[in-house]
Design a binder for this molecule. Sequence first.
Ligand code: ADP
Ligand code: ADP
Length: 225
Amino acid sequence: SKFLAITDVTKVYKAAKGQSVTALDDVSLDIEDGQIIALIGPSGCGKSTLLRMIAGLDGEYEGEIAWATPPKAGRDIGFVFQEHALLPWRTIQRNVALGLEGKGADKAAINARVAELLTMVGLADFAHSYPSELSGGMRQRVAIVRALAYNPRILLMDEPFGALDAITRDRLQDDLLRIWEQTKKTIVLVTHSVEEAAYLADRVVVMSARPGRIRAIHNVPLPRE
Ligand code: ADP
Ligand code: ADP
């Protein structure tokens, strides 16, 4: 079913000296519930901008982004960046718990949710470790489940595996597919890798720069049950 409809979105950044940059030019894209969409294209074609518009991090644009069910702020949208942003002074468990604390949830419920999330990515044994004790790949797995902590309806990922070596990247791609199988989340993933897009996505959206436009949308539904 329809999840999100992006219609004729144009985003112009005001740059220095009265200049402006058209980061997105008339971009339209419909996203279905449970799809994995890859955004691919050269640097500067507006991929990150499109994610930020979807996330509601910047409300200044023309056009329309219409949700089938409007997202609750800070809850329904999970964000994963290229560089995991784990707090070094907090244990893995407390990093994942970050977003769940202070919302009235009791400690036992938070701990149970965190354990469930860490188990999902094979890191239950590292709950009490610190980020510096984990490898880059492990830390990025933590960042992914932290984004899932609230059980968001959509996961926005900005080159989540871009900083990892090839072997680790392959492993995390498979982790992501396993997470998808368990959660059936709608995922929008920015990547530089055609291979990654082809491996992970139901739909590959190819963008071009100056100004940022959608050049092609390839529907390649994977044989998922
Ligand atoms: P991508 O993620 O595909 O590399 P971006 O969305 O980051 O592309 O950027 C698209 C265009 O918008 C680029 O030309 C970039 O320089 C410009 N841009 C991005 N953010 C800003 C900003 N905050 N202010 C001015 N220009 C920006
Ligand atoms: P990277 O390649 O970025 O260093 P990996 O996720 O491949 O990260 O893990 C690197 C090291 O951490 C490997 O030695 C691996 O065996 C170990 N490791 C990763 N995940 C686990 C886990 N769930 N339990 C125990 N060891 C792990």
